[in-house]
Design a protein. Structure first.
Length: 407
């Protein structure tokens, strides 16, 4: 049996902090990315990238940000520790939507001008595959277990008005779903059972059943819906309505009814929900601002000035749960291994010493505590919903964490 080991040089003495989040806003008209501290809603850095940046996606561990540069036909890879561009990767023509896989090993880019999806190997920062999809692909999203990628083909004609479903194991299109006119933004819910797609010219959101690959419902929203984001628990869907509305529609996913409409800035584009679901960030292209919506009250709690023409099409908020209270470097790093990863029913957790184990969801909430009598523990995860989880182990050197994916 092959074992996967991860070593950590830093240890946290106190628990986990979900507030230390960062938002990365692509500014299409000045070729920069504004870095926002989500705790303070203050721009902490500005990073120069390629020409006409639009799509953006943060890696699951928060260490990298991938930016699709529409006019440069490239992807900029940002090191979040230094807020500098590590490398620039040539992709297809006019890249728009971009998404990182749940395990961080791949990046998928929708190339609007070449009707393809480029697949980047994040270890080598090279293109490992190019997949032909429909006409004018725009938005892109991925299932929580990383097995499927969904691509909105925007052209209102032959080869368009469809969603391509990519099998990530084979890098082939396994299904093509016919939807309403001009599909644009795409977002998969927390357990992978539904895909939500905005339709720019028909003012609709389609709901796709991922088991049958068919549209199960259409929801009427505002004019020219563009970006879309599902809350971490899947209960709400947030949709940006462009011109002339300048609003965000809030959808109850249980009954597919719009429960609120929130005014934001001019020509809103991208939208992303904070990992705890408490705030929603909206990039307003025409106002050069980001609106922060309080999800509890459905009102704008803050407006942040950013660069020129903010676009931020994708998951632009880091979902990484960061250890806090870091006090020292470890000379002899502890280890934790999880196998298999991703897993469906059971996982083998192996630690460097006997210790109780906590399993947390991506919001930092404890979903299970595992009592151990050995350094090797088999845990039943069959009742957990699909998604990303954190294993937290307290050792005599501090706390170590390890991410795993429940299929």
């Amino acid at each position: 049996m092959k074992k996967l080991f991860t070593t950590f040089a830093l240890f946290a003495i106190i628990g986990l902090n979900t507030n230390a989040q960062t938002a990365y806003i692509t500014n299409r008209n000045d070729n920069t990315v504004s870095v926002i501290n989500v705790a303070t809603n203050i721009v902490s850095a500005i990073i120069t990238v390629g020409s006409s940046p639009g799509g953006v996606s943060v890696s699951p561990d928060g260490s990298k940000v991938y930016v699709a540069n529409y006019s440069s036909n490239t992807v900029s890879v940002i090191n979040t520790a230094t807020n500098t561009v590590l490398t620039t990767i040539a992709v297809g023509t006019h890249p728009v939507g971009i998404i990182v896989s749940p395990d961080g090993s791949k990046v998928y880019i929708a190339n609007n001008g070449s009707n393809t999806v480029s697949v980047i190997n994040t270890t080598t920062n090279t293109i490992s595959a190019t997949i032909t999809v429909g006409t004018y692909p725009e938005g892109i999203s991925i299932s929580p277990n990383g097995s499927k990628v969904y691509v909105a083909n925007n052209y209102n004609g032959s080869g368009g008005n469809t969603v391509s479903v990519i099998n990530t194991a084979t890098n082939t299109v396994s299904a093509t779903i016919t939807v309403s006119a001009q599909p644009w933004g795409v977002s998969v819910n927390h357990d992978g059972s539904k895909v939500y797609v905005t339709h720019y010219s028909s003012n609709l959101v389609s709901v796709i059943n991922t088991v049958t690959n068919t549209v199960s419902a259409y929801i009427v929203v505002g004019n020219q819906p563009y970006g879309i984001s599902v809350s971490p628990d899947g209960s709400k869907v947030y949709v940006v309505n462009n011109y002339p509305d300048y609003t965000v529609s809030v959808i109850n996913s249980g009954n597919n009814i719009v429960t609120a409409t929130v005014p934001v800035g001019a020509y809103p584009r991208g939208i992303s929900v904070s990992p705890d679901g408490s705030s929603v960030y909206v990039a307003n292209f025409g106002s050069n601002t980001v609106s922060v919506i309080n999800a509890a009250t459905n009102t704008v709690s803050a407006t942040i000035l950013v660069g020129i023409g903010p676009w931020a099409f994708g998951n632009f908020i880091s979902t990484y749960i960061q250890p806090v209270g870091i006090t020292s470097l470890s000379i002899e790093p502890a280890s934790i291994s999880v196998y298999p990863n991703p897993a469906k029913d059971e996982i083998l957790i192996e630690t460097s010493q006997i210790s109780d184990i906590e399993i947390l969801n991506i919001e930092g909430q404890i979903v299970e505590t595992v009592k151990t009598t050995s350094t090797k523990t088999i845990d039943d995860i069959s009742k957990l919903s699909s998604g990303v989880y954190i294993i937290k182990v307290k050792t005599d050197k501090g706390i170590i964490v390890k991410k795993f994916i429940k299929q």
